[in-house]
Design a protein around this ligand. Sequence first.
Ligand code: AHM
Ligand code: MG
Length: 332
Amino acid sequence: STSSIAYSVGVTLDRFIKMKQDDFPYASGELSQLLRDIALASKIVNRETNRAGLANIGGAFGQTNVQGEEQQKLDVIANIRFTRALTKGGEVCAVVSEEDDEVIDLQNGSGKYVVAIDPLDGSSNIDVNISIGTIFSIYRRKTPVGSPITVEDIMQPGNQQVAAGYVLYGSSTMLVYTTGHGVNGFTYEQSLGEFFLSHPEMKAPDDGKIYSINEGSYNQFEEGLKQYISYCKDKNYSARYIGSLVADFHRNLLKGGIYIYPATTKAPSGKLRLLYEANALAYIAEQAGGAASNGHMRILDIDPTSLHERTPLYIGSPKMVAKAEEFLKAHK
Ligand code: AHM
Ligand code: MG
């Protein structure tokens, strides 16, 4: 498209956010600022992630900071970085994080937004130098600005998201986000310290040939899923599973595929969290023309009942998700 051409010449994330704000005059400057806050925190986390293997000898490089944070695990550091950026930014009143049991009230009287975040997902992969990610969802608070935060503000279904995104700390670092007008991806240029638009208007292929699931738990899968896996094998699909949600999702979004974290007999709701893992990726998937389901219904229509609730997740190319749902239904 013409816009892709116009975008391709060195558009930074900051400029892109500004351009989008001008395109959609009703979009508030606050949301733009909030996205910039997240991008800034992600640059810091990216820097820490790149140094992960040096953590134990960090002191030798004089990286001790006043908080003594070099002693902490990277997911804890990431949580601190993101919450701090959101606190200082002022647009957010409350944060739900995988790293905190309770809602964090940021005490920002004028904050209109609520953020749900997994600051560093797949952190068990850090020690072995494999891609990890940040996942975030942004909601508008339901109660009036300035009043105390309530459950109503926090427990919103995914279809209420105003923006969502992820950062992939991979062979390159990328930030991908949507504000409900398609999905755009930005690649980090290390030496310039800027994200540049590299993947304008991302589109999930309608169908694909990759299935991503931890088959080690096969014996605990329901019959329909076992049958769907046989179907994938009959079709000679490729099995790809990094075990890092953002990386697995991102690959399948670009190449066409399905990512599944199913219900198992041991974990009847699966492993992944609705509020800060499934919803954000579901919104992005749908905005790119993909689909996201818990096997039976649209992820974005699930009404959350608790902060850290889990959901099975079937996400990716729409035809693959529909096919998997068909198998589950047929073997109920
Ligand atoms: P985490 O939030 O504790 O990091 O766990 C989430 C991760 C996902 O990134 C990944 O897709 C999944 O757990 C892998 O789980 P498993 O090892 O059970 O296949
Ligand atoms: Mg996680």
